[in-house]
Design a protein. Structure first.
Length: 592
């Protein structure tokens, strides 16, 4: 770097100077010194080609990269005295925009930290000049994360950056907005402009962005690297969150259950998973070891954090133990919630398919709904929500679901609806939709209307209710002809006792007895071998677990199996009705 005194008329302010834009700088604290002593600290300049020599001046011209205030003060003094003293300058290489930007920023940061948006503007220009975050961090003595935080502001709408620069929003609000999509940023700005609403800021803004409680990745008990759901992070890189709460909770509950199984295997009498959001108040419990009957209590917050409290009993149980009374171990339901979901979905699919093929039964059921009503008769379609991706894929690939979809598509065609509409129910619109559809139905024979009604009734059939038991028995459904076991079901069987009973049912009692002490994973592999005819085992066909059969039954006497409970209540209160011959419908005709 060359040091030289350069005449004022050969100097101009470079566009690389970070303070070249904006209002004129305040010279009040520097001008008195320049008047008395002149400019002592060299300006940082670079050569600027001049097309023509300046008359009476230097043929060379230079642009000021850093030292704008010193230069303007010298110009002011020259105007006051009529004498222009050459200024001390450090000359950097010509054309090196990145070095010029760095020099400008370093000097200004050393004098006064610019606001973060100004830093972003200059750092962005450095990136355009091929500097990366590591280079910028090394130059300015910052961490790479600090540089990335500053560069992240470029993902915000310009107006949000302006609000922050003016001080209208704080740093926390600006940071949370880096979590937002462009659409969310625009929606937030609309709230800023609306005087009738209170715009969320700070932590409230984070809740607003996530539609409620945000769940941090740090809360996960499971391996996040193998998580298939979406994860988003603030653009500063400090925090990551799960984009979809349902997907997180599916994985988290599975991880909690796996950890609970480990605790049981370690000898704890019971593992109690407390309702989500319920606080574990230690003063309501007393410590007890494993040998004293202690339990593990699992507290789960609404933010997804999980805490395992080992070696406790409730105060009531502690008093009973102190008196020498036996505390009965609570009976754990035979089926977990995901397994019950699997069972209900498949049995619902089979019954729905049978209902869609039985117009007279569907008509009578529709009349019953009209008279009595149900939680679905508004009219709404049964959502068939799956508790996990595996269960969802299983039901999508089910034969009964495909059979029902074919009937649905036939009805969509005859009604003239969109062939890709997901349901017949709610599938017609228009200014006079109801009247037009009614007239169209009047032109159809009763048999065609019966088929349409049957599909609509199947779409609005409530899952997991006593109707599934009644209809399954009425249709004399053999699940083995409509369903076959898949990996999703096998993986959902977690109860040790039930696993042993199912293994005996599939592979035989001798095989189950000889493998009683192996792990659940190994037992499930034996089941898969038997069902698939692999590894030298004879293939078992048409196997249906007892819960899914019509009528259903359980593998243990512990209870807790929804279909079994519902079937027992029905058996005690009604008499089964034999199915009657179905009406033979005429073929459906497409709408003109």
């Amino acid at each position: 770097m060359e040091l030289r005194h350069i005449a004022l008329d050969a100097l101009s302010i470079s566009t690389a100077n970070m303070r070249v834009k904006g209002k004129a700088p305040d010279l009040g604290n520097i001008l008195p010194s320049v008047r008395v002593r002149g400019v002592l600290v060299p300006l940082i300049v670079r050569e600027k080609p001049c097309p023509e020599p300046v008359e009476g001046g230097s043929a060379e011209t230079f642009e000021i990269v850093a030292g704008k205030r010193r230069y303007l003060s010298a110009v002011k003094v020259a105007e006051e005295t009529g004498e222009a003293e050459p200024l001390p300058c450090a000359i950097i290489a010509a054309g090196d925009d990145a070095a010029a930007l760095e020099a400008s920023l370093i000097e200004n940061i050393a004098r006064l930290d610019p606001d973060e948006v100004t830093r972003w503007e200059t750092f962005t220009r450095l990136v355009r000049e091929s500097r990366n975050a590591e280079d910028i961090a090394a130059t300015f003595g910052l961490t790479e994360l600090q540089v990335k935080r500053t560069l992240a502001l470029g993902n915000l709408c310009p107006r949000i950056r302006s609000l922050y620069r003016r001080g209208d929003i704080d740093a926390a609000t600006m940071r949370h907005l880096t979590l937002a999509t462009k659409a969310q940023q625009q929606a937030w700005l609309a709230l800023v402009d609306d005087p009738e609403v209170r715009c969320p800021t700070g932590q409230q803004l984070k809740a607003w962005l996530f539609g409620g409680t945000s769940i941090a990745v740090s809360a996960a008990l499971f391996d996040v690297e193998n998580y298939k759901g979406a994860i988003i992070s603030d653009l500063f890189g400090d925090e990551c969150y799960f984009a979809h709460a349902d997907a997180f909770w599916t994985a988290q509950h599975a991880a909690i259950e796996a950890r609970a199984d480990t605790c049981r295997a370690d000898g704890w009498r019971e593992v109690v998973v407390m309702p989500t959001g319920e606080h574990f108040a230690s003063w309501e419990y007393e410590r007890r070891s494993k040998r004293q009957g202690g339990k593990v209590f699992v507290a789960v917050t609404s933010r997804g954090e999980v805490a395992f409290h080992e070696g406790f009993v409730t105060a009531k149980e502690a008093r009973a133990l102190a008196k020498g009374e036996l505390v009965e171990k609570p009976v754990r339901p035979e089926n977990s919630a995901p397994l019950q979901n699997y069972i209900d979905l498949h049995r619902h699919a089979v019954v729905g398919a049978q209902l869609a093929a039985s117009p007279s039964a569907a008509f009578r059921l529709a009349v019953a709904h009209m008279i009595i009503g149900s939680s679905l008769w508004h009219v709404r379609v049964e959502p068939q929500r799956a508790a996990s991706e595996a269960i969802g894929e299983s039901i999508e690939e089910a034969f009964s679901e495909a059979e029902f979809d074919a009937r649905r598509r036939a009805v969509l065609a005859v009604l003239g609806f969109d062939a890709e509409a997901p349901t017949v129910t709610g599938g017609f619109d228009g200014l006079e939709g109801l009247s037009v559809l009614f007239q169209r139905l009047l032109e159809m024979p009763d048999s065609a209307v019966f088929e349409i009604l049957a599909v609509v009734m199947a779409e609005t059939l409530e899952m997991g209710t006593s109707l599934i038991e009644t209809l399954g028995t009425y249709f004399v459904i053999d699940m083995a002809t409509h369903w076959h076991a898949d990996d999703a079901l096998i993986d959902l069987i977690r109860d040790r006792e039930v696993l042993g009973e199912v293994l005996a049912e599939i592979a035989g009692k001798d095989v189950a007895a000889s493998n009683a002490e192996i792990t659940g994973t190994a037992k499930r592999e034996i089941m898969r071998d038997c069902l698939g005819g692999r590894n030298g085992r004879a293939q078992i066909e048409a196997w249906v677990p007892r819960w899914m059969a019509f009528p259903p039954s359980a593998y243990t006497d512990r209870g807790g199996v929804g279909p079994v409970v519902r079937a027992a209540r029905l058996a005690a209160s009604v008499t089964a009705v034999a199915p009657e011959p179905e009406l033979q419908p005429e073929p459906l005709r497409k709408a003109a």
